[in-house]
Design a protein around this ligand. Structure first.
Ligand code: MLT
Length: 209
Protein backbone atom coordinates (compact mmCIF):
# COMPACT_ATOMS: atom_id res chain seq x y z
CA UNK A 1 0.00 0.00 0.00
CA UNK A 2 1.37 3.39 -0.99
CA UNK A 3 1.56 5.79 1.95
CA UNK A 4 -1.31 8.25 1.46
CA UNK A 5 -3.42 10.25 3.90
CA UNK A 6 -6.01 7.48 4.49
CA UNK A 7 -5.33 3.84 5.33
CA UNK A 8 -6.68 2.11 2.24
CA UNK A 9 -6.69 -0.87 -0.10
CA UNK A 10 -5.95 -0.46 -3.77
CA UNK A 11 -6.58 -3.13 -6.37
CA UNK A 12 -5.44 -2.36 -9.92
CA UNK A 13 -7.83 -2.66 -12.85
CA UNK A 14 -8.21 -6.07 -14.47
CA UNK A 15 -9.81 -4.62 -17.61
CA UNK A 16 -9.22 -1.34 -19.42
CA UNK A 17 -11.93 1.24 -20.14
CA UNK A 18 -13.82 0.86 -16.87
CA UNK A 19 -14.11 3.65 -14.30
CA UNK A 20 -12.11 3.09 -11.11
CA UNK A 21 -14.30 2.70 -8.03
CA UNK A 22 -14.03 4.57 -4.74
CA UNK A 23 -15.48 2.23 -2.11
CA UNK A 24 -16.81 3.80 1.10
CA UNK A 25 -17.85 1.47 3.91
CA UNK A 26 -20.57 1.85 6.55
CA UNK A 27 -20.15 2.47 10.30
CA UNK A 28 -17.88 -0.13 11.88
CA UNK A 29 -16.54 -1.26 8.53
CA UNK A 30 -13.06 -1.20 7.07
CA UNK A 31 -11.22 -0.82 3.79
CA UNK A 32 -11.78 -4.56 3.20
CA UNK A 33 -15.58 -4.50 3.42
CA UNK A 34 -16.72 -3.34 0.03
CA UNK A 35 -14.01 -4.94 -2.14
CA UNK A 36 -16.29 -7.91 -3.00
CA UNK A 37 -19.21 -5.55 -3.71
CA UNK A 38 -17.02 -3.43 -6.00
CA UNK A 39 -15.84 -6.54 -7.85
CA UNK A 40 -19.45 -7.73 -8.20
CA UNK A 41 -20.75 -4.38 -9.47
CA UNK A 42 -17.96 -3.66 -11.93
CA UNK A 43 -15.66 -6.66 -12.41
CA UNK A 44 -12.41 -5.38 -13.85
CA UNK A 45 -12.48 -1.85 -12.40
CA UNK A 46 -9.60 -0.60 -10.25
CA UNK A 47 -10.71 -0.42 -6.60
CA UNK A 48 -9.70 2.29 -4.14
CA UNK A 49 -11.07 1.66 -0.67
CA UNK A 50 -10.16 3.98 2.24
CA UNK A 51 -10.94 3.42 5.91
CA UNK A 52 -12.93 6.13 7.69
CA UNK A 53 -10.73 8.10 10.10
CA UNK A 54 -13.33 8.86 12.78
CA UNK A 55 -13.80 6.32 15.57
CA UNK A 56 -17.15 5.94 17.33
CA UNK A 57 -16.61 3.56 20.26
CA UNK A 58 -13.83 1.99 18.19
CA UNK A 59 -15.93 1.75 15.03
CA UNK A 60 -14.50 3.49 11.95
CA UNK A 61 -16.73 6.10 10.27
CA UNK A 62 -16.20 8.88 7.76
CA UNK A 63 -17.51 11.72 10.00
CA UNK A 64 -18.77 12.36 13.52
CA UNK A 65 -22.42 12.14 14.46
CA UNK A 66 -24.20 13.45 17.52
CA UNK A 67 -26.84 10.69 17.50
CA UNK A 68 -28.28 8.20 15.02
CA UNK A 69 -29.10 10.26 11.94
CA UNK A 70 -27.96 13.54 13.56
CA UNK A 71 -24.69 14.68 12.04
CA UNK A 72 -21.94 16.99 13.26
CA UNK A 73 -22.12 19.05 10.08
CA UNK A 74 -18.88 20.95 10.66
CA UNK A 75 -17.16 17.59 10.85
CA UNK A 76 -19.03 16.39 7.74
CA UNK A 77 -17.59 19.35 5.81
CA UNK A 78 -14.07 18.90 7.14
CA UNK A 79 -14.02 15.15 6.48
CA UNK A 80 -15.56 15.46 3.01
CA UNK A 81 -12.73 17.84 2.12
CA UNK A 82 -10.11 15.49 3.57
CA UNK A 83 -11.55 12.60 1.57
CA UNK A 84 -11.55 14.66 -1.63
CA UNK A 85 -7.88 15.51 -0.98
CA UNK A 86 -7.13 11.80 -0.53
CA UNK A 87 -8.90 11.02 -3.83
CA UNK A 88 -6.71 13.57 -5.61
CA UNK A 89 -3.55 12.10 -4.00
CA UNK A 90 -4.55 8.55 -4.89
CA UNK A 91 -5.43 9.43 -8.48
CA UNK A 92 -1.97 10.83 -8.91
CA UNK A 93 -0.19 8.01 -7.05
CA UNK A 94 -2.00 5.23 -8.95
CA UNK A 95 -2.60 7.03 -12.27
CA UNK A 96 -6.39 6.81 -12.05
CA UNK A 97 -9.06 8.48 -14.16
CA UNK A 98 -12.26 9.90 -12.75
CA UNK A 99 -13.77 7.71 -10.06
CA UNK A 100 -17.25 6.38 -9.45
CA UNK A 101 -18.00 6.29 -5.71
CA UNK A 102 -19.90 3.36 -4.26
CA UNK A 103 -20.91 4.15 -0.69
CA UNK A 104 -23.01 2.24 1.80
CA UNK A 105 -24.79 3.99 4.72
CA UNK A 106 -22.22 6.26 6.41
CA UNK A 107 -20.02 5.80 3.31
CA UNK A 108 -22.91 6.88 1.06
CA UNK A 109 -23.47 9.94 3.24
CA UNK A 110 -19.85 11.10 2.98
CA UNK A 111 -19.96 10.42 -0.78
CA UNK A 112 -23.03 12.66 -1.09
CA UNK A 113 -21.38 15.37 1.03
CA UNK A 114 -18.21 15.19 -1.06
CA UNK A 115 -20.19 15.44 -4.30
CA UNK A 116 -21.92 18.58 -3.01
CA UNK A 117 -18.78 20.20 -1.58
CA UNK A 118 -16.01 18.96 -3.89
CA UNK A 119 -17.76 17.82 -7.08
CA UNK A 120 -14.45 17.39 -8.93
CA UNK A 121 -13.61 14.42 -6.67
CA UNK A 122 -15.94 11.92 -8.41
CA UNK A 123 -17.67 11.67 -11.74
CA UNK A 124 -20.60 9.60 -10.54
CA UNK A 125 -21.85 7.68 -7.55
CA UNK A 126 -23.92 4.78 -6.34
CA UNK A 127 -25.29 5.82 -2.96
CA UNK A 128 -26.77 2.88 -1.06
CA UNK A 129 -29.05 3.84 1.89
CA UNK A 130 -27.89 7.47 1.81
CA UNK A 131 -29.28 10.40 3.81
CA UNK A 132 -29.14 14.17 3.33
CA UNK A 133 -25.65 14.92 4.74
CA UNK A 134 -25.96 18.71 5.10
CA UNK A 135 -29.07 20.58 6.24
CA UNK A 136 -28.07 23.59 4.12
CA UNK A 137 -26.53 22.18 0.96
CA UNK A 138 -24.14 24.51 -0.86
CA UNK A 139 -25.05 26.06 -4.22
CA UNK A 140 -23.24 23.83 -6.69
CA UNK A 141 -23.60 22.86 -10.33
CA UNK A 142 -23.54 19.08 -10.78
CA UNK A 143 -24.22 19.11 -14.52
CA UNK A 144 -22.77 15.92 -16.02
CA UNK A 145 -22.68 14.03 -12.71
CA UNK A 146 -24.69 10.83 -12.49
CA UNK A 147 -26.05 9.32 -9.31
CA UNK A 148 -27.85 6.08 -8.54
CA UNK A 149 -29.71 6.30 -5.22
CA UNK A 150 -31.03 3.03 -3.83
CA UNK A 151 -33.01 3.27 -0.62
CA UNK A 152 -34.93 0.74 1.47
CA UNK A 153 -38.70 1.24 1.71
CA UNK A 154 -38.68 -0.11 5.28
CA UNK A 155 -35.30 1.24 6.38
CA UNK A 156 -35.56 2.21 10.08
CA UNK A 157 -32.46 4.45 9.81
CA UNK A 158 -33.26 6.41 6.63
CA UNK A 159 -36.88 7.61 6.40
CA UNK A 160 -38.21 7.51 2.79
CA UNK A 161 -38.80 11.28 2.95
CA UNK A 162 -35.09 11.83 3.63
CA UNK A 163 -34.05 9.77 0.57
CA UNK A 164 -36.49 11.71 -1.60
CA UNK A 165 -35.08 14.99 -0.28
CA UNK A 166 -31.54 13.92 -1.17
CA UNK A 167 -32.67 13.03 -4.70
CA UNK A 168 -34.35 16.45 -4.99
CA UNK A 169 -31.24 18.30 -3.75
CA UNK A 170 -29.02 16.53 -6.30
CA UNK A 171 -31.52 17.08 -9.13
CA UNK A 172 -31.87 20.77 -8.27
CA UNK A 173 -28.08 20.98 -8.67
CA UNK A 174 -28.50 19.46 -12.19
CA UNK A 175 -27.17 15.97 -11.43
CA UNK A 176 -28.75 13.14 -13.40
CA UNK A 177 -30.32 11.06 -10.63
CA UNK A 178 -31.90 7.64 -10.86
CA UNK A 179 -33.57 6.85 -7.53
CA UNK A 180 -35.41 3.71 -6.50
CA UNK A 181 -36.86 2.51 -3.20
CA UNK A 182 -36.37 -1.24 -2.89
CA UNK A 183 -38.49 -3.59 -0.76
CA UNK A 184 -35.65 -3.67 1.75
CA UNK A 185 -34.41 -2.46 5.12
CA UNK A 186 -31.01 -0.82 5.78
CA UNK A 187 -29.05 -3.90 4.71
CA UNK A 188 -28.10 -4.53 1.10
CA UNK A 189 -29.97 -7.05 -1.03
CA UNK A 190 -29.22 -8.88 -4.31
CA UNK A 191 -31.36 -6.22 -6.04
CA UNK A 192 -28.92 -3.50 -4.93
CA UNK A 193 -26.16 -5.42 -6.68
CA UNK A 194 -28.09 -6.15 -9.89
CA UNK A 195 -29.42 -2.59 -10.28
CA UNK A 196 -25.93 -1.20 -9.62
CA UNK A 197 -24.43 -3.57 -12.21
CA UNK A 198 -26.98 -2.48 -14.81
CA UNK A 199 -26.47 1.20 -14.03
CA UNK A 200 -22.68 0.88 -14.30
CA UNK A 201 -22.83 -1.15 -17.50
CA UNK A 202 -24.69 1.56 -19.39
CA UNK A 203 -21.68 3.85 -19.62
CA UNK A 204 -18.80 1.45 -19.01
CA UNK A 205 -17.02 0.25 -22.14
CA UNK A 206 -14.79 -2.69 -21.16
CA UNK A 207 -11.83 -3.43 -23.41
CA UNK A 208 -8.61 -5.43 -22.97
CA UNK A 209 -5.92 -3.66 -20.94
C1 MLT B 1 -24.70 7.84 9.52
O1 MLT B 1 -24.42 8.03 10.69
O2 MLT B 1 -23.98 8.15 8.57
C2 MLT B 1 -26.01 7.17 9.26
O3 MLT B 1 -26.81 7.25 10.37
C3 MLT B 1 -25.85 5.77 8.83
C4 MLT B 1 -25.06 4.96 9.80
O4 MLT B 1 -23.87 4.98 9.73
O5 MLT B 1 -25.66 4.26 10.62
Amino acid sequence: MTSLSFTHRYEPALTGGLPPLLLLHGTGGSEEDLLPLGRAISPGSALLSPRGRVLEHGMPRFFRRLAEGVFDEEDVKRRANELADFVAEAREAYGLGELTAIGFSNGANIAAAMLLLRPEAIRSGIFLRAMVPLSEPPAVDLTGKQVLLLSGAVDPIVPPENSRRLAAILREANAEVYAQALPASHGLTPQDVSLSQQWMAKDAQPKPL
